[in-house]
Design a protein around this ligand. Sequence first.
Ligand code: TTP
Ligand code: MG
Length: 423
Amino acid sequence: MPQRGRLPGASGPDQIVCHADIDCFYASCERLRESALRGEPVVVGMGYEPGTTNGAVATASYEAREFGVESAQAISQALDALPRKIDAAKADDQSVEKAGFYRPVDMEYYESVASDIKAILHERADTVREVSIDEAYLDLTERVEWGGELRSFAAELKAEIREEVGVTASLGIAPTMSAAKVASDHDKPDGLVVVEPGDVQSFFSDLDVEEVHGVGPVTAAEMREMGIETAGDLATADPARLEAAFGERGRRVHRFARGEDGREVEPKGRPKSFSRESAFTEATTDEERQRERLQTLAEAVAGRADQRGVLYQTIGIKVVTPPFDVHTRANSLSGPVADEELVVDVATELFEEFDGEEIRKLGVRVSNLSFGSESQPSLAAFSGETDADSEDESVDAGAVSKGQPIGSDVEPPEGQSSLRDFD
Ligand code: TTP
Ligand code: MG
């Protein structure tokens, strides 16, 4: 079906929007640094320690969700549904099988993982709208065509996030932002749902009304009382009646359920770094091959930064030696530069420490970015804080300046409040 019913000002039938959302994000981060948690029920939250009683679940792994644990639930309720493994092991009457691991929230670590994911997203699309710590919209219109090419692009993006960061993302691709959002949620975890322009209304028609972007559990309950069970019912409901019950939001979700959403992906959030990595087919001690590879990576990274008009102040390398030991080294310069030769030189110099080593994989990263050509206010904010932050910079996942989200030096932090933005 053509773009029937699109709003005036809609960006046209050719928009290809991808919504990316990481699966059980905080729990996935915990699993990255504690492999014993993989495949186990994991709950991340506050307030489960002895002596504390109130607190809430931030997220639960899909295994824990099977026990009925979910985000925003009181921790006491979660503990009833899924006792702590450590308690179950002590008590004879509880089965360790039906217990889970509880971990406290560690925002600094999650921000560092999010930053690596966002770097990949910014590499893969020119326009990225970051909407929460684990969620972003990508405008792919200029990058791919609907069909097979788009599917391979999406599969590669998922694979890159899985291999480079170690978490799984669910992707939804559709001609509008709201449909893409619903699509990414539709087949979680590790989902990939593509809704082509002609299929938006049929995709929506049988969905539960609660799946429509902007319809929460409370609104959904009220809608059900009005006889609106599915997104299809919502799409054909009288908009005036919806407005009477839910205000302007009623009209908006009505449009969304019809696949009408004229919003374009407006950029928000910036890459925190540019990096390139490359693995040898087999670990090698051939120094010439190693150096050549490093040089190619350094040139690619500098080229990418140059293309985006970005300066960098920190240059780093990543060296993976067998079995899977990751070493990161970085040097901060006294000021921001854009200099390919310098990236090659600094990377080569940092690499000298690994002379004679057997190497699996190499990576080069520039960070501590400065977006000079784009906007003056950001540049001013950046200049004001570089000295304090540059010392802490390194290319490893822990590159977070104390207590601050990465990149808060280049733009105002989006903060927790943006997490649940209607976006
Ligand atoms: P979500 O993307 O909503 O949830 P999720 O990534 O844990 O699970 P999934 O996407 O697979 O459904 O939120 C991202 C993170 O935000 C989540 O890992 C923890 C945090 N969060 C809270 O702290 N409180 C909440 O109520 C919710 C919903 C999320
Ligand atoms: Mg998520």
